[in-house]
Structures are given as C-alpha cells and as structure tokens.
Design a protein around this ligand. Structure first.
Ligand SMILES: O=C(O)CCC(=O)C(=O)O
Length: 305
C-alpha cells in the first residue's frame, strides 16, 4: 500500500510529471524562502568570480567556481546582471540566478526538507523507482524580475546508466506564465530519447556530449515539437518530474521573483552506473546523500524502470 500518494498519482508520474499542491507547509516554505534570501544577502561579492549561469547549448558555464560547487553552497549570477567589465548593474539581491549545489547537505533547513523529510521518503518509497535513492544537485533558482534567464528545453536523466533521475521541484513563490513557471511536454519521455549528456570536457569547462547517432537525434528533435503544458504553482507545491520528460521555463518578464528549490534523485551504484564524465562527481568529503535509512525493496515500478 502506498504511504502518501494514491495509485493514480503514482501512475501519473509515468505519464510525465505530478503536481502535489501544498506539499510543504506555509511555514516551511516561508522559512526556505527567507533562508535563500539570507544566503544571498550574506555571500561576499568582493571575492566572487562573477560566474554566471546560462543553459544554452554553446554557452554553458564551466569555470572552476562552477566545477567545484557540487559539494558547496555557491552563487551564480544572471547573465544580464553583469556588465562586460564584470560589474553588477543592480543590487546583489536582484542579480543571483541560482544557489547551488549542496544545499541539501550543508544547510540545515534545506537538509531537513530533503534528506530528513518523512514526506520525501514516503514519496520515494511509493514511487518505487529507486532501491537506494540518493539526492544531488540541489539548487535554489531565483528567476530575478525582468532578467531571470530562461531554462531551455531539456530532460534530467543524464547522470546514470540506465537513466534513473526523478526531479523534485518545490515552488517557494507564486509561479505564473509571466515569471517563468515550468512547462512540460507530456509523454515526451516515451518518444524522445536522451540524446546528450552534460559533461566535464577533457579540455576544461563543461559541454554536451552526444550519445546517439544523428538519425536518433533528428527523430528526437521531431518528437519534441508537441504542445507544452504550463503549470502555474503556488508556494509550497511540489512537482515531481520524470527524468526523461522534456521541460523548460521561460525568461521572467514580470516584476516579481520566482524562487524555487529543486534537487534530483537518482539510483545509486551498483544498480545504476554513475557517469564518470558527469560534471558533478561525488567527493571524499561528500559522497552522495542517501534519502532512505533502509533500501526500498518494493518491486521497482515497471512503468518507470
Ligand atoms: O526552475 C526552473 O526554471 C528550471 C528547473 C529545471 O528545469 C530542473 O531543475 O531540471
């Protein structure tokens, strides 16, 4: 018997994504939002390398500040908040694109909602997609007013073989069509293969490596032409995102921020092989973070396998 989700909800994940309204309490949500703002206001700009975050295919961030951020809490700036001389053209509080990538381990409040949250554990058990789920790449995405960058169409399953990612995405503020709410292409996980992975390049930096022949890439491009569904969300809502489903968010053109907290859950070895080329690698001081105290020995959900 599922602990928290209904069977219908579990089945819905296998058709792309599932919105769970009010998953976090008002108080939990307000604390996470307040903490995010506090982290931004406290980080020292003087020593910051002005690393920006964008998601274009040819223009991906890859400096040392980014590459060594998997086990730290670091701050990445909006592209349009930094001028050509590296000066911010607005206050720091309105310039940060995202905070990442180890909030789930290092910050007590984010840790509590991620690794020490009985509801997250119950969801992981109910969905039964992972035997020993681990959390990684936690981020607060800020979508700053007027300049909050788009996140281009992508899927998240670029960590393991076989693919095993499940995205947990929590709205910390109202998400609307104008401030960059998420949108999804339902069913794309069945028709659109994972075509590329985001890796650490041998020559330095990061980039995408194609993992399918050109004809499969062309077929994937064709099947991604469907109609996206935009999901407006309220603070505290959780969206669970199947790792192979295409999703994106547009630039924030409104005068309001759109803070959200997200992390990815994947299967741990030996059931899934972690990609040695992935930009994010476990470190001795921070191996991947287990979500459950005991492995989930339920039959893996065949619809998600
Ligand atoms: O929050 C967003 O705008 C995008 C998040 C996303 O696509 C992801 O976490 O995979």
């Amino acid at each position: 018997m599922p602990e928290l989700l209904t069977q219908d909800q579990i089945d819905q994940i296998s058709s792309s994504y599932l919105l769970l309204p009010g998953f976090l309490s008002t108080e939990e949500t307000a604390k996470l939002l307040q903490r995010s703002k506090q982290l931004i206001s406290e980080f020292p700009l003087e020593t910051h390398p002005r690393t920006k975050f964008t998601t274009g295919d040819d223009n991906h961030v890859g400096d040392d500040y980014f590459l060594t951020s998997g086990d730290k809490i670091r701050f990445f700036l909006e592209e349009d908040a930094v001028d050509k001389d590296g000066r911010l053209n607005r206050e720091k509080e309105k310039a940060v694109n995202k905070i990442g990538h180890a909030l789930h381990e290092l910050d007590p409040l984010f840790r509590k909602v991620t690794l020490e949250n009985p509801k997250v554990q119950a969801v992981a058990c109910d969905i039964a997609m992972h035997v020993d789920p681990v959390a990684l790449q936690s981020m607060v995405i800020c979508k700053q007013p007027e300049i909050g960058g788009e996140v281009g169409e992508h899927n998240d399953s670029y960590y393991t073989d076989p693919p095993s990612a499940l995205g947990f995405w929590f709205a910390l503020e109202q998400c609307t069509p104008l401030n960059g709410a998420l949108s999804f292409l339902p069913g794309s996980h069945l028709t659109t293969p994972i075509t590329k992975r985001f890796i650490r390049l041998p020559e330095g930096g990061t980039g995408f490596e194609k993992i399918v022949p050109p004809e499969v890439e062309a077929q994937a491009a064709e099947s991604s032409k469907g109609k996206y569904i935009l999901e407006a969300c309220s603070p505290g809502d959780l969206v669970l995102i199947h790792g192979s489903v295409l999703h994106k968010s547009e630039r924030n053109t409104s005068s309001h921020t759109r803070f959200a907290y997200t992390f990815h859950m994947i299967e741990s070895p030996p059931r899934a092989l972690y990609d040695a080329k992935n930009w994010l690698q476990p470190t001795p001081s921070m191996p991947f973070s287990h979500v459950l105290n005991e492995p989930n020995l339920k039959l893996i959900n065949p619809a998600l396998a």
